[in-house]
Design a protein around this ligand. Structure first.
Ligand SMILES: Nc1ncnc2c1ncn2[C@@H]1O[C@H](COP(=O)(O)OP(=O)(O)OP(=O)(O)O)[C@@H](O)[C@H]1O
Ligand SMILES: [Mg+2]
Length: 317
């Protein structure tokens, strides 16, 4: 049984306008996606801005409401708030955000910020609580002096680690990390990512790792889902996605990764142009007349692609 299973999830936002604030339209931020995350695994969700990644993450933790579909946690539905409460879900599934300066309360000291989830979810004495907070600070590589400081007194990378300490305080089984390193310098990014990997092994956590950066996801995730306009266009192992991408949109994202090797740059430019041409000319093979990606179909036991059945058969031959 998967740790988490998302089944045909759709999230539509009402778009309001005018003096009466009437609903004039809906934004189909997520439009029918399915995937699973196994225990201890990292699942990367990748896609361009506005493709519905954050909405997916927020709906899984319960910050947004599903318009359609189901979320199962260890086989049990957690789509409704009542179900989440009964299953300890709010304790076991935590989220960390891109911008820790706005997600950490600026008026509270670090000690209190980290103690907050402990107070909500466990009954510890003051002594025990302080010990646990100190232990958490140590886990994320910060000293005890951090206890009495405020968020603005830390660097971006340190703040991200404080966010992680708060998220792991309640022994979560799943952490949803929404662009956790996008706001950081490259050198600090690597530090925080390696640190996230380390605590994953120590604490047996699964990640839903949200990023627009295919390089970061390759470093972090065994399984990857590629999102485009609220739909999943391809899901597979790291190897499936990076070595054998089948959807034109995945190929396009991969071709956009900057080439470090100077000798390879011309070849990459050429590849980019070719993919761009296919993308422009062969839309109908990859999207339905409304521009919606097709349903995912299995290509192998691990690799799924959003293509019409006829095209899948061609690929199989
Ligand atoms: N609260 C909201 N109300 C209305 N529309 C929203 C809301 N939140 C997101 N959207 C819209 O839903 C779509 C998906 O947004 P989402 O934030 O999930 O994308 P994303 O993939 O996380 O993008 P980014 O990489 O820029 O963070 C976008 O078109 C966005 O404008
Ligand atoms: Mg986002």
């Amino acid at each position: 049984m998967s740790l988490i299973e998302v089944q045909d999830l759709a999230v539509y936002y009402p778009l309001r306008a005018g003096f009466w604030n009437r609903i004039v339209d809906t934004v189909q931020a997520v439009d029918g996606i399915s995937f699973q995350i196994e225990s201890g695994e990292s699942f990367g969700l990748v896609g361009e801005s506005g493709s519905g990644k954050s909405t997916t993450g927020k709906t899984i933790v319960g910050l947004e409401t599903a318009t359609r579909g189901q979320i199962l946690y260890q086989g049990q539905a957690v789509t409704q708030a009542k179900q989440r409460r009964q299953l300890n879900y709010n304790r076991e599934v935590q989220m960390i955000f891109q911008d820790s300066l706005s997600s950490l309360n600026p008026q509270k000291r670090i000690g209190e910020i980290i103690a907050e989830p402990l107070r909500n979810f466990s009954q510890l004495s003051q002594e025990e609580e302080k010990l646990r907070v100190l232990q958490l600070l140590e886990t994320v590589g910060l000293s005890a002096t951090a206890l009495y400081k405020y968020p603005h007194q830390f660097s971006g990378g340190q703040r991200q680690r404080i966010g992680i300490a708060r998220a792991v305080a309640t022994h979560p089984k799943l952490i949803i990390a929404d662009e956790p390193v996008s706001a950081l310098d490259l050198s600090v990014q690597a530090q925080v990512l390696n640190f996230m990997k380390k605590i994953q092994q120590e604490l047996q956590i699964s990640y839903l790792f949200i990023s627009h950066d295919l390089g970061v996801v390759r470093h972090m995730c065994q399984k990857i889902g590629i999102m485009h306009r609220g739909r999943l266009v391809e899901v597979g192992t790291r190897e499936d996605i990076y070595q054998h991408p089948q959807h034109i949109y995945t190929q396009r994202l991969l071709a956009a990764i900057p080439e470090i090797n100077v000798a390879q740059r011309a070849a990459q430019q050429e590849r980019r142009r070719k993919i761009e041409r296919i993308y422009q000319e062969q839309q109908a093979q990859y999207y339905d007349p409304e521009g919606r990606a097709f349903d995912l179909q299995p290509l192998t036991s691990t690799h799924w692609v959003a293509l019409p059945t006829t095209k899948i058969q061609q690929l199989g031959n």
